[in-house]
Design a protein around this ligand. Structure first.
Ligand code: SAH
Ligand code: SF4
Ligand code: F3S
Length: 441
């Protein structure tokens, strides 16, 4: 059969889709890029904001026409929206064949095979966390690969649907992660991105208290990965700020392959809003952690997630967020307009900030970010950066693109010896709005 997978949402969903796709390919099925060419359509969905659900539903709804033309087409919905809505989706979208929850996606292949044999419709949203190691399958690897090290989340930030749709936090065994990493590196992978809702909680058995000083299973994992010969770079996303203890910070500073960039979700710079969000830190403690990390790793860069318009967010709260973002000087930021999620705690609070005001706050933070990025990039002109070469630039075929460990994109003229996945020194000659330009040394 020919199959098509469309993914919505975060990198963990991308990773799940890759694993599902790999199980289909292993069974002899062929991936295709166009819905029209497929016998099986799989939608791996996200529930994190209402817009994410609407987008997926719109797309899946549109597939009804295709199914009318091609009645044997199998259409399945997986992932977080599938988990949240289950049977409701089958009722709402009559052309759907199946709905598989987040704990069931490893059954996608057997489900499709069953349906192809005896047309039936069903939803299965049972949580089966013990099956997570089955998702170690990878597709056609290039120089970079992702490894999920934890699934689920136990933090229950009040606005967030993830703990409800992804279930309790479970860490994979270190042996299984190391075996997966070893196999990937043997196949030519140079960069590994570790994934989890809170990667720094790795190995804590779901305990929601950040680890005491001197103890960090995540640090131990990084150290063992750092020792894999042939691996060049290790990245990770996302860690929760309170989990950076002395042990983890020391490991980050001493592991030469761990990149000097942290995606450190802030959400808000107002202590009142942070408390209402059930985020277990204050603006001050967040700043202190950033300072501690910078003291250990001076060229560290930070990116973040921020929500504007959380219930009760006043202009003064927003100003605190804005000031804190400028103070930290985030090199990248993802700003989200608050979206009430049915089932999450904050959904019981009135959504007090208008859509218009959310957009205004959103745009102010984006403008600040653009200014900061421009200045930061300009400050790097004249420096020499180590760049992992990714391939031909998507914007200009005569150039190549790579990325610094600090996560800046660099465009440069290739030479005859440049290879995808190789590390090269690049002298930065000019900066643009969002990226750098340079010459190979
Ligand atoms: N586990 C990650 C976040 C996963 S969700 C972490 O805590 O670091 C990605 C981002 O979506 C969050 O950081 C948050 O900024 C945003 N988000 C989550 N729920 C949201 C909601 N209800 N409305 C708007 N943004 C939301
Ligand atoms: Fe959601 Fe908070 Fe868990 Fe991140 S840490 S997934 S924001 S509950
Ligand atoms: Fe969305 Fe699920 Fe990821 S809700 S952000 S796809 S964990």
């Amino acid at each position: 059969m020919k199959f098509f997978i469309k993914t919505y949402g975060c990198q963990m969903n991308e990773r799940d889709s890759e694993a599902v796709g790999a199980t289909f390919i292993k069974a002899g099925h062929l991936p295709v890029d166009k819905e029209d060419d497929a016998d099986v359509l799989l939608f791996n969905t996200c529930s994190v904001r209402d817009a994410a659900e609407r987008k997926a539903k719109g797309k899946i709804g549109y597939m009804r026409k295709l199914k009318q033309r091609k009645p044997e087409l199998i259409i399945g919905v997986m992932g977080c929206m599938a988990q949240r809505l289950g049977d409701e989706l089958l009722a709402e979208l009559p052309h759907l064949d199946f709905v598989l929850g987040t704990g069931q996606i490893h059954r996608a292949l057997e489900t499709v095979t069953d349906i192809a044999a005896e047309r039936k419709r069903f939803a299965n949203v049972t949580v089966a966390p013990e099956e997570i190691d089955m998702l170690g399958e990878h597709g056609q690897n290039s120089w970079s690969a992702q490894i999920a090290i934890t699934r689920g989340c136990n933090r229950f930030c009040s606005y967030c649907i993830v703990p409800y749709v992804r279930g309790r936090e479970v860490s994979r065994s270190k042996d299984s992660i190391l075996a997966e990493a070893g196999a990937l590196v043997a196949s030519g992978v140079k960069e590994i991105l570790l994934l989890g809702q809170n990667v720094a909680a790795y190995g804590l058995n779901g305990d929601i208290r950040p680890p005491a000083d001197g103890f960090s299973p995540f640090a131990e994992l990084l150290e063992e990965l750092n020792a894999i010969p042939g691996l060049e770079r290790i990245r990770y996303t996302s860690p929760y700020v309170s989990y950076f203890n002395d042990r983890l910070i020391a490991a980050l500073a001493s592991c030469s392959k761990v990149c000097h960039n942290i995606h450190l979700p802030l959400q808000s710079g107002s202590d009142r809003i942070l408390a209402a969000m059930n985020r277990q830190y204050t603006a001050q403690s967040y700043l202190e952690k950033v300072a501690e990390l910078r003291a250990a790793i001076p060229d560290l860069t930070f990116s973040t997630d921020v929500i504007v318009g959380f219930p009760g967010e006043e202009e003064s709260d927003f100003e605190l967020t804005r000031n804190l973002m400028n103070e930290v000087g985030f090199e990248q930021a993802y700003i989200f307009k608050y979206s009430p999620r049915p089932g999450a705690k904050s959904a019981t609070l009135a959504d007090t900030v208008s859509e218009e005001e959310k957009l205004r706050r959103n745009n102010i933070l984006l403008d600040d970010l653009q200014l900061r990025i421009g200045k930061k990039l300009a400050s790097l002109v004249g420096s020499t950066q180590e760049v992992l070469c990714e391939g031909v630039s998507s914007r200009n075929e005569s150039r190549w693109t790579g990325r610094t460990g600090t996560n800046f994109v660099v465009h440069f003229e290739p030479d005859a010896s440049v290879r995808t996945g190789s590390l090269r020194q690049v002298k930065i000659t000019r900066s643009g709005k969002v990226s750098l330009f340079g010459e190979l040394c």
